[in-house]
Structures are given as structure tokens and as C-alpha cells.
Design a protein around this ligand. Structure first.
Ligand SMILES: [Zn+2]
Length: 266
């Protein structure tokens, strides 16, 4: 195998591990961020609701006080009614009495409205408190997972990054550029083993024989012509898949696919 091919395969193996580590953490940072966002939104609304409840309590007290004051006035007007000496005075007093009664009704109605609003808000606050508690514990759990995964992988990532740098330094720059260009375009996978499928065949005596059949790219699974497969097996130069552009190599373990193979591994 040309030296660079083997080094590129090593480089890919390191990159594959780094990709797996990123995948492992994959959803956790997003989940943690989303949960934190949801809790913040609920907390903000909770604060607004609580402030409103305080205002409602004050407004209710104010209306109750108004009613008390108006009732006192009303009683005074009603007492004065017996002492009036003119029609004009009588009319003025009855007008005051009517207004007072209307004001009491208005305040009583307002108290009912406020009470209704407060009941709804109390429910909302109760629900929000539970939501925050529930989401808070989920967040704590996910954060712990994420921290743990970060701590766990930190040293591995560090080790792999060092290995990667070492290998990269030993590979001529033009190969690295080629590899990086393909990897960027192809989800981080620049070089893959070619796959050769073997078919099971039984002869008349019942002996099983494996016949090599179609060869394909280990990534895009598109056909690799026999002539190309021969060249790949020679491993004397870099050969690309005609369809996905990735570099192809032969590896006895990963390239030969038998009917019993359940999984294709690199
Ligand atoms: Zn391909």
C-alpha cells in the first residue's frame, strides 16, 4: 500500500471516532438549551402573574374600603331624608342615595371580577410552579449527562486530536488538502473501504463455495467496476469512487462481505 493511503486510512479512523463523540453529545447541548429557555419563559410569566395577584389583592381591598365608605355615606343620606324640608333638598338627597347605591354595585361587581381573575391566576401559578419543578429536574439530569459526557470525552478528544495532528504532520500537504476537501463535502468521511460481496454457492457434493460478486463503494454503495477494483486492490495509487468522490481502499476485514455478515464495519 502506498504510504499515504495507509496514513489517510488511519486519519479517517481517528476522525470517525471524533464524529462518534460529537454524535454522542449530539442532542444534549440542544436539549439543555431548550429546557433552560422554557424554564426562563415560564419564570418570567410566573413573575408577571404574581405581581398581578398582588395588585388584585390591593384593588380588592380598595373596592371593599370604597363600599364601606359609600355605605356610611348612604346611611347618612338616608337619615337626612327624614329631616328634609324642601322638595329640592329631597331630590338632591335621593340623587345622592341612587349614586351611592350604584357605586356600591359597581364596586361589588368589580370585586367579583377581581376574584374570578385571581382564581384563574392562582391556577396558572400553581401549574407554573409544578412545570418549573418538573423541567428543573429534567434540566438538572440532562446537564449532569452533558457535563459527564464532556468530562468523559475530554481526555479522549485530547488524545485523538494529538494523534490526528501527529499523523497529519507525516502526510504530504496535498493529500491532506484532498482529504479535507472530500471530508468537508461528505459529512467528515473522505476515505472508505470498497465492499466486495461474496455469494454462497453449493456444489453437487454440498460443499459451500463463496463466489466474489459485485463490488461497491463502502459509503454510497454504488458499483465499482472490476477493473477499478483490481487497481484498488493493488493499492498503488489513490482511487476515487466515481459517484461520491470519496477515496477507496481495500481492507481484507472490512471489504469482504459474506452472506452471514449482518453489519458492515470499517
Ligand atoms: Zn461512493
Amino acid at each position: 500500500m502506498i504510504k499515504q493511503l495507509g496514513q489517510l486510512v488511519k486519519l479517517q479512523k481517528i476522525d470517525n471516532q471524533l464524529i462518534e463523540i460529537t454524535k454522542l453529545k449530539g442532542d444534549l447541548p440542544r436539549i439543555v438549551k431548550n429546557l433552560q429557555g422554557e424554564i426562563d419563559t415560564i419564570s418570567k410569566k410566573l413573575e408577571v402573574d404574581k405581581t398581578r395577584i398582588t395588585t388584585i389583592i390591593l384593588e380588592t381591598k380598595e373596592s371593599e374600603l370604597n363600599i364601606e365608605e359609600t355605605k356610611t355615606k348612604l346611611k347618612r343620606y338616608e337619615d337626612q331624608l327624614y329631616l328634609v324640608t324642601s322638595n329640592k333638598e329631597y331630590d338632591a338627597l335621593t340623587a345622592e342615595i341612587d349614586t351611592s347605591k350604584q357605586n356600591i354595585s359597581k364596586d361589588e361587581y368589580r370585586i367579583l371580577e377581581l376574584d374570578e381573575e385571581k382564581k384563574n391566576l392562582d391556577e396558572e401559578v400553581k401549574k407554573a410552579d409544578l412545570d418549573i419543578l418538573e423541567k428543573g429536574s429534567q434540566l438538572k439530569e440532562k446537564k449532569k449527562d452533558l457535563d459527564q459526557k464532556t468530562t468523559e470525552t475530554e481526555s479522549v478528544v485530547e488524545k485523538l486530536t494529538k494523534e490526528k495532528n501527529d499523523i497529519q504532520e507525516s502526510i504530504p500537504l496535498r493529500y491532506i488538502r484532498e482529504y479535507t476537501r472530500i471530508a468537508k463535502a461528505r459529512n467528515g468521511v473522505a476515505i472508505v473501504p470498497v465492499h466486495q460481496i461474496f455469494i454462497e454457492k453449493k456444489d453437487k457434493k454440498g460443499n459451500i463455495e463463496y463466489i466474489p460478486a459485485q463490488a461497491s463503494c463502502g459509503a454510497c454503495q454504488k458499483n465499482v467496476p472490476p477493473q477499478k477494483l483490481m487497481e484498488i486492490k493493488k493499492q498503488s495509487k489513490l482511487i476515487r469512487c466515481e459517484f461520491c468522490g470519496r477515496l477507496l481502499f481495500w481492507d481484507d476485514k472490512a471489504s469482504e462481505i459474506y452472506p452471514s455478515d449482518e453489519e458492515i464495519i470499517m
